[in-house]
Design a protein around this ligand. Structure first.
Ligand code: SF4
Length: 336
């Protein structure tokens, strides 16, 4: 069967949190189990360099942390192509060919680039942004087109990010009168929104997250700080799960139906206090995450294992990358 390629990249930002686990990794796991798809999951270390070219020590460490989280969560190198972007030199070459046919203003209008420039300015960076950063949208298109990915899993707010890859593929095909590059489509996914413990978007920099790798104790301690129904002052006050900002939505995501119903009922009758409710929730979250954490520890103890997996995965992924690049070069260049 001719499988359709799916590609997704993640920047190596360090240890991942439960929002990543539920929003991205569980979706990837479902996709890798689907025999219709050939999955390519890459760590975007070149992308990280576009804004953090002077932080290479943390880049190495963060890449390792991300891979540990992927593998322990169930991304399986036997079922998916797990690779490191910088180990696929074909992408860099394709980036050059695509850069030649991409009008400058296409790169500048890309929402990802605009976001990154904004973030750099907010951080007070005095650096002029680099040539590499301006080329970021084209590199992103090259990532997708290297594997001729038909689908890119995204949330609804990220659809625009794939547009430029579609536009570039179409332009390349028109210029060279070929149908070589597939225009990638977004694969929309329903992502359960897991708020941070303070009620804002979960994020490492907001210090409101629970990491996949957090211990049982750390997780419990963090959950105990989660926002509840703000109108509830005493344990015996009637609670409103619908107005419980963080804790009840976590129950909705992590607990079984009967557990949810039980806690909802006890809260509405004022039969359970928020502290007890949080303790029970922490237990449920820990039960779910502990096997992953144990696997992570095992992987951590074998320092070469992760490296081996990523090198092997990248080698495997390069087979398809080479195929695409050879076709592109024989289309564009004479002596191929
Ligand atoms: S008892 Fe639980 S669900 Fe009810 S308000 Fe408190 S934390 Fe929220």
């Amino acid at each position: 069967m001719n499988k359709k390629s799916i590609l997704s990249l993640m920047r190596p930002t360090g240890k991942l949190h439960l929002g990543h686990y539920l929003g991205v990794l569980t979706n990837w796991i479902n996709l890798q189990e689907d025999s219709e798809y050939d999955c390519y999951f890459g760590v975007a270390d070149w992308h990280a360099l576009t804004t953090k070219f002077d932080e290479t020590d943390s880049l190495k460490q963060n890449t390792n942390e991300v891979l540990l989280d992927w593998l322990s969560s169930g991304i399986d190198p036997e079922k998916s192509n797990i690779y490191l972007q910088s180990l696929i030199p074909e992408t860099a070459k394709l980036h050059i060919y695509l850069s030649m046919v991409t009008p400058m203003n296409w790169a500048q209008r890309d929402p990802t680039l605009k976001d990154m420039v904004k973030i750099m300015k907010e951080k007070g960076s005095n650096e002029e942004y680099s040539y590499g950063l301006i080329g970021y949208p084209i590199l992103m298109a090259a990532d997708i087109l290297t594997f001729n990915a038909e689908f890119v899993p995204v949330g609804i707010d990220q659809v625009a990010h794939i547009e430029i890859a579609r536009d570039i593929a179409r332009r390349f095909n028109n210029i060279y009168k070929t149908d070589l590059l597939i225009e990638p489509k977004p694969k929309l996914t329903q992502i359960p929104l897991l708020k941070g413990l303070d009620g804002n978007k979960m994020g490492k920099s907001f210090h409101n997250d629970i990491k996949i790798s957090d211990t049982t104790e750390q997780t419990t301690k963090k959950i105990m700080t989660g926002i509840t129904d703000r109108s509830r002052l005493r344990k015996t006050d009637i609670g409103h799960p619908d107005e419980c900002e963080v804790i009840y939505p976590y129950w909705e995501i992590f607990a079984k139906q009967e557990q949810k119903e039980e806690i909802k009922c006890a809260c509405e009758k004022g039969e359970i206090g928020c502290a007890e409710c949080k303790k029970r929730l922490a237990q449920i979250v820990n039960e779910k995450m502990n096997p992953i954490r144990e696997k992570r520890k095992e992987l951590e103890s074998d320092t070469n294992k992760v490296k081996e997996i990523i090198y092997e995965g990248s080698k495997k992924a390069r087979i398809k990358a080479r195929e695409t690049l050879e076709k592109v070069e024989s289309t564009v260049m004479i002596y191929r």
